[in-house]
Write a protein that binds this ligand. Structure first.
Ligand SMILES: *[C@@H]1O[C@H](CO)[C@@H](O)[C@H](O)[C@H]1NC(C)=O
Ligand SMILES: *[C@@H]1O[C@H](CO)[C@@H](O)[C@H](O)[C@H]1NC(C)=O
Ligand SMILES: *[C@@H]1O[C@H](CO)[C@@H](O)[C@H](O)[C@H]1NC(C)=O
Length: 287
């Protein structure tokens, strides 16, 4: 008996030590809930139903904040970031077409279509301009909005976390990382729960085709973005999904843009350190 207690105490200590030695940037903390776990609304946009929800209250003279999650994810990943931002701002979260609670059709995904959906959602809400906060695939979607003459008028400013300019911007080792494996496993379960009638195979194929073939931009494209210091190129200190040279490249290509690196986090910063993520968005909003 003594021995059993002793050995379980040892394994307990070992577990504590392991937990302490796994740095936060190598983990995928649980997906939070959105504040108040709202039912949200579905709005018909470009032939699909786009899910969105609102938080906080509008401040006179301030644009709302539009939160745009990454590929295979959903708005819930921003739950704890929004909890902070909503205390000072009107925040709108939307699920990208096919993702989370939004539906898809047979139209191939493009970053331009993602941008067009977000712009149309803002128009449907009577929002003339918003501060776009895009993560990963929707950092790219935010660039697509900035590069479109019509959509860009709805972007007051842009915070792009973990985006890139081409499929080669993805780090070849990402798909063998621990966080990737954890994320894909979890995202698959979340998809089934949020979208019981969804077609996971068709959805995954559409995202994979998009990510492996697009975007295809170069310096000359980014040179057209004229928002200057209203654009922030953000990344995590331990970014594992995007090649390490990418943020400096994009920052150099967008004249006057700012560059911010979040400490002790990876591509999954919004769940690893939501307070720091919110603080950086807050700085971006007040600049
Ligand atoms: C967004 O861009 C697409 C493609 O150019 C265009 O069809 C759509 O009307 C634009 N939406 C807005 C709200 O400007
Ligand atoms: C890809 O990620 C790994 C691990 O995070 C890193 O060591 C490597 O330098 C990255 N490669 C590039 C090209 O950025
Ligand atoms: C980053 O993580 C390291 C190791 O876990 C820790 O010692 C350090 O204080 C952290 N830095 C910040 C800014 O949180």
């Amino acid at each position: 008996m003594r021995y059993t207690i002793y050995s379980s105490a040892i394994s307990c200590l070992a577990a504590v030590a392991a937990a302490q030695t796994t740095p936060i940037w190598e983990t995928l903390p649980p997906t939070p809930q959105l504040p108040g776990n709202p039912a949200g609304e579905l709005t018909e946009i470009n032939g699909v139903k786009i899910w969105h929800a609102e938080f906080g209250t509008a401040v006179a003279g301030e644009v709302p904040v539009l939160m745009l999650h990454g590929g295979f994810g959903n708005s819930d990943y921003f739950g704890d970031v929004i909890k902070t931002l909503m205390t000072k701002h009107r925040v709108i979260a939307m699920d990208t077409r096919g993702h989370g609670r939004s539906t898809m059709d047979s139209t191939p995904f493009t970053y331009e279509l993602y941008a067009s959906d977000a712009a149309a959602l803002l128009e449907s809400l009577g929002v003339a301009k918003a501060a776009w906060v895009g993560w990963s695939d929707m950092a790219i979607g935010t660039f697509a909005a900035l590069l479109d003459a019509g959509n860009s008028t709805l972007v007051d400013r842009a915070f792009a976390f973990g985006g890139g300019h081409s499929p080669q911007s993805t780090n070849a080792t990402f798909s063998s990382s621990k966080t990737y494996a954890a994320f894909i496993g979890r995202a698959t379960k979340e998809y089934a729960a949020l979208q019981p009638n969804g077609d996971l195979k068709a959805f995954a194929a559409a995202v994979e085709t998009l990510e492996s073939t697009q975007p295809n931009w170069a310096e000359a494209d980014f040179a057209k973005i004229k928002l200057g210091d209203k654009v922030t190129i953000a990344d995590g200190q331990y970014e594992e999904a995007v090649v390490l040279a990418e943020p400096a490249l994009l920052n150099g290509w967008i004249a006057g843009s700012k560059r911010v690196t979040l400490t002790n986090v990876s591509h999954f910063a919004p769940v690893q350190d939501p307070d720091q993520f919110a603080a950086k968005v807050e700085e971006f909003l007040s600049a």
